[in-house]
Ligand binder design. Structure first.
Ligand code: MOS
Length: 735
């Protein structure tokens, strides 16, 4: 099925109180909490694996003059030490998957320079410490701020080739010059680390068969079908010869959208030693070997009339990534679709530095773009002496202001109003006017918007003689609840209870699926399953001699009108199978598709220390049909909490002398803990988006983080009357 027209009435509409939408507990929860869900590093299917440990560069730029690995090779249990001198031949870089151990050049601190393989983890780790690398050091290429003169216009991202880095409409310069009210502000956001619970891990098994070579990677990977050609390119294997198995993933937030070096190194070592090789990144290596969210510098200019109607919007963003890489942070993309104004500019520029590869982290672009833009809107409201919600209402567009097409749905104003009501926004006072003992108290608001993509996905379903529906696809569950929502969709479509649905994910031997990323996972995979079930319903109806338009599916049986129900088990024989496929189509060209929301935050700021404490937070969102009330809320509040971290604490500090992240562990890179979030809640307004996909749902995974930190920042301003434009807003900046 291709999304070329709006979706009419569906079986999901017929039973609004059905399984879809219910707050079903995670079906994989018991497996996980009892330790029976095999994560990548715990896959015991392979006998006798060897253990790998990565040795990383301790300089950010320079040349390896010598690697002395003799002591490591002689250490107990060591099987193999791989360096640039003996690494097997590799193919080309594809996307952000790079060949490893290529020559003497070092371009970032943490670059793998050797890979030690031994009989046990401890032996590999001990031997890795014996590898002595000497460098001819060069001065690393400093910080983004110091390199702005060489910033260049990036190429469109390979993942969305149609989206240009710059846009312009009308006459921004003229309109801005004439605007009676204007602001021109610069916001900065720091480098951030995904800090997902499960580190990157892979068990690689190189296999040589009669048809040639192949590799099986038990590897934590959000998008295994995207990984196949990329890893295949580096390993010189056709995509179908790369099998990725990833049934359970302990979080990713984008860091596992593609393979990081551990998978490549394990595969190469397995090829050489003809034995499975198992490796995980250490927590410290997560900071330097894996990817991060780049820091940004963002300049925002807004011009408005005295009533707050925007005539001119400009949003420019600078970001950085590794040498030789083209990833840039699309901070200003969402600004193209957020508020009305006839004259507009967005611009992205990037530089290459001696740092690890920057890549996607939860809501790449929108998350940091709205950290800046939604504060700039707050600044404009303050200048106009206008309520910030009213300012947003006055600039609500009737169509997408740059694409010039209608929104599929847009309930931003409803979210702002409903959230304000429930939060008690009317209690907001002038900046610095509310005190609670030694705390200055403030309220802040922000809009949230995140694009809603649909990606090609396919699924197979099979109804067995035992009456169980088995769903298969190479989709993943990051911990977000994919197994659960697919159980609900399959069960609801077929009239089966959750116990009669078994969902099997995370294996590239299954039908190709979108994977988890970009807030497209649930809609894309769920729609493929919907189509597969629709096809299975038709097959069952035909077997029962029923016109499929009249067929009703309930209690494991099909019936029509007042005819008696025919149990599936009478119809399926040895088992009845169907397939389904979803593809994006015209609907994404004809309609601007976003999920929307509004964040409300209350903070206290200690008058003596400048310490900021979140007191409460509320989000109101729309995301089309909610597939599971519990997992949807978890996604929303999880994103909001992530946004609180972005506002108040997350910051991977780069030492410009050495170009490395100083605070490269979770003791010093602070993420939000329970004590930081006393009271957080989220709710959804009812919505169905018939332009989005057959489920009429929209992406939610990243919506919660979009704008969340800006609401906190705006609350800090309301509490103190001090505007901070440099994230995170730590107490040294507040004082
Ligand atoms: Mo996301 S940053 O596409 O996991």
């Amino acid at each position: 099925m291709e999304m070329n027209q709006p979706i009419g009435r569906t079986p999901l509409d017929d039973r609004p109180d059905g399984l879809v939408g219910k707050p079903l507990d995670r079906v994989d929860g018991p497996l996980k909490v009892t330790g029976r869900a095999p994560y990548a590093y715990e896959t015991h299917a392979l006998a006798n694996p060897a253990y790998g440990m990565i040795v990383t560069a301790t300089v950010a730029a320079g040349t390896i003059t010598a690697i002395d690995s003799d002591a490591a090779r002689r250490a107990p249990g060591v099987i193999y030490v791989m360096t640039h001198e003996n690494v097997p031949a590799q193919g080309e870089k594809k996307e952000q998957v790079w060949p490893q151990l290529q020559g003497r050049e070092v371009t970032f601190y943490g670059q793998p320079v050797a890979f030690v393989v031994a009989e046990t983890f401890e032996q590999a780790r001990a031997a890795a410490m014996l590898v002595a690398v000497t460098y001819d050091k060069a001065k690393p290429r400093g910080l983004l701020r110091d390199r702005l003169a060489e910033a260049y216009e990036p190429k469109p991202m390979t993942t969305s080739p149609g989206v240009k880095p710059d846009s312009a409409l009308g006459d921004f310069d003229g309109a801005f010059a004439q605007a009676p009210v204007k602001i021109d502000v610069e916001y900065t956001t720091p480098t951030q680390i995904h800090a997902q619970m499960e580190p990157h891990a892979t068990i690689a098994s190189w296999e040589t068969g009669p048809d040639g070579d192949g590799v099986v990677l038990y590897s934590a990977n959000q998008m295994p079908n995207r990984g196949q050609p990329a890893i295949g390119s580096v390993l010189k294997l056709p995509p179908e010869r790369v099998r990725i198995v990833t049934p359970y993933i302990g979080g990713g937030f984008g860091s596992k959208l593609q393979a990081v070096p551990e998978a490549t190194l394990a595969a190469l070592a397995s090829k050489v030693i003809k034995r499975p090789v198992k490796v995980a990144l250490t927590r410290q290596q997560e900071f330097h070997v894996a990817t991060h969210r780049t820091d940004t510098i963002q300049r925002i200019r807004l011009g408005a009339d005295q009533d707050g109607r925007l005539s001119a919007i400009s949003h420019e963003s600078w970001s950085d990534t590794a040498m030789g890489d083209g990833f840039y942070e699309t901070s200003a993309n969402v600004t193209r679709s957020l508020y009305a104004a006839p004259n507009r500019v967005t611009k992205h520029r990037m530089v290459n530095l001696n740092l690890p590869i920057a890549s996607s982290m939860r809501a790449p672009g929108e998350a940091v773009g709205q950290l800046a833009f939604e504060c700039a809107m707050d600044e404009l409201a303050e200048r106009l002496n206008l309520d910030p919600i009213e300012l947003r209402i006055r600039n609500e567009p009737t169509e997408d202001p740059e694409k010039k097409i209608p929104y599929s749905t847009r309930r931003l104003v409803d979210c702002l109003k409903a959230g304000a009501e429930r939060f008690g926004w009317d209690k907001r006072a002038k900046p610095g006017a509310t005190r609670d003992g030694q705390w200055l108290v403030g309220l802040g608001v922000s809009a949230a918007a995140r694009q809603n993509p649909l990606k090609p996905s396919s699924a197979s379903v099979r109804l067995g003689p035992d009456g169980v529906l088995v769903v298969r696809m190479a989709m993943t569950d990051l911990g977000t609840g994919t197994y659960t929502i697919l159980t609900q969709i399959g069960g609801e479509m077929m009239g089966l209870p959750p116990e009669k649905v078994r969902v099997e994910l995370g294996d590239t031997n299954f039908p190709k699926a979108a994977g988890s990323g970009g807030s497209f996972g649930a809609a894309s995979a769920g729609s493929a399953l919907y189509v597969a079930c629709d096809n299975l319903r038709q097959a069952l109806a035909t077997k029962a001699g029923i016109n499929s338009d009249e067929a009703a599916f309930a209690d494991g049986a099909v019936k029509a009108g007042n005819r008696s129900a025919v149990p599936f088990t009478d119809l399926v024989g040895e088992g009845l199978e169907a397939k389904g496929e979803i593809k994006p189509g015209d609907m994404e060209k004809k309609y601007s598709q976003y999920s929307f929301g509004a964040h409300f935050a209350e903070v206290g700021v200690d008058m003596d220390t400048g310490e900021v404490r979140l007191r409460r937070m509320l989000g109101c969102f729309t995301g089309g049909r909610i597939l599971n009330a519990k997992t949807a809320r978890s996604q929303a509040i999880g994103g909001m909490i992530f946004g609180v971290g972005a506002a108040l604490m997350e910051d991977a500090v780069i030492d410009p002398r050495y170009s490395y992240f100083v605070n490269h562990d979770l003791a010093e890179y602070h993420v939000v803990a329970h004590a930081d979030v006393p009271d957080v809640d989220a709710f959804f307004l009812p919505e169905l988006d018939d332009k989005a996909n057959p489920l009429k749902s929209k992406g939610l995974g990243e919506l919660g983080i979009c704008g969340a930190g800006a609401a906190v920042a705006n609350a800090i301003y309301n509490a103190t009357g001090i505007r901070i434009r440099d994230y995170p807003m730590t107490l040294d900046k507040v004082l």
